[in-house]
Design a protein around this ligand. Sequence first.
Ligand code: 5AD
Ligand code: SF4
Length: 454
Amino acid sequence: MSQDKPKAYVNTIGCQMNVYDSQILAGLLQNAGYEQTHDPDLADLVLCNTCAIRHKAQEKAYSFLGRFAGTRIKGKRPLTIMAGCVAQKEKEKAFARLPHLDLVLGTQAFGRFETHVKALIAGETRIVDTAPSENIFEGFPKDALAVKIQVSRFVTIMQGCENFCTYCVVPYVRGKERSRNPHAIVEEIEGLAGSGVREITLLGQNVNSYAGNNGQVSFADLLYLVSRVDGIDRIRFATSHPKDLSMDLIRAMKDIDKVCNHLHLPVQSGSSEILKRMNRKYDRDTYLKRISALRQACPDIALSTDIIVGFPGETISDFQQTMDLLETVEFDAVFAFAYSARSFTPAAKFSNQLDEQTKRDRLNTLLDFQEKITEKKNKAFVGKKVTVLVEGDSPKPRDGFVKKNKNTRQMFGRSGANKIVHFASDQAAGGDLVTLQIINAYPHSLWGEVCESD
Ligand code: 5AD
Ligand code: SF4
């Protein structure tokens, strides 16, 4: 590491797409002459890639960037940049709370980022770029950030969303749906495979409506293309919209061995009335039918979902229907959120908003209920064999188990069904596919023993 290069700190809040975007922004900072630091207090430039999905995430961004108002390094404060969804949403308004902010960089302005950084270095300040862009920029650097997991990487295949669910700010901050060129995607994945990556997660707000080459390449087609990349053993994708889960896609999931047997299919609510007012374009029955079709084609498929509790006007009976749906489907994992009113969205203006306490109570009831289901689903794996893609050493090893297995290391990997499995081994390395016999199940993970035949 050179001593004289200026240092940049990149903080990421939010979804997997933001993790991917931060890699791009870090790469562009590297092009502009910066090197990465893991200590924000040593940084000459601080960038926060932000999330606007809920009020809490937005506040987190403001509070993080607020820390640098008075920080001084080498006699000056660092250049401070707000990027991503909150930047796109707030525009000049961001200066009201963060007068020291130097750049507000919207979600479609990455192609102009390097020019803006040069301008900042030359002394300009308070730049705002939230202009929309028709195209997806290609050819960005993507390897500047020391990513934690080298064997599994995200690849964004499309941007934006035009579904306009009434609670959601995404269509307003991420713009129109734009699909990347399929060849650029495949080329990127070939490059990753060449550097040791074994698993790819294809990302988009609604990957099922991917339409590459002006609509000639569907998402199912793309899965076939990606499955032909040598060196990639596993393909995952997120997020899928239930209204667009086509039979073609279900067939592709069944046909392509590399596609993992897990689907994240956000239902949001179990009440048809609420789904209608959320503008989800499916009802409870249609969702359940799609799940049946999926389970018929792929019997062992693991399912996860997103739920919003406390949507405006949600009655006890609506909430009960959501609980009932969880009981019926038995998801492997549920990500549940209390409804948060967002600017621009129609639902924020609905009368009958619920109070915070009711939302919190319902959220806790739902999470407690689901925890039992998740544990039951995990216990069903005990005695079975699963193959995991090894990610590395477990962050918190359980000494007893490791010693009992006469090993010194505890590793972990993910099964095709997306279960985290810990195991003791001195031989396994990140990127290996290892078959394990499951001997114990916990609420959030499994414990396995390496099968002798491997
Ligand atoms: N309030 C709470 N949760 C929300 N989500 C999206 N918008 C909101 C909101 N306004 C949740 C949805 C979505 C997930 C990414 O975030 O469940 O699937
Ligand atoms: Fe938001 Fe709905 Fe688009 Fe998902 S599909 S990003 S919830 S508007």
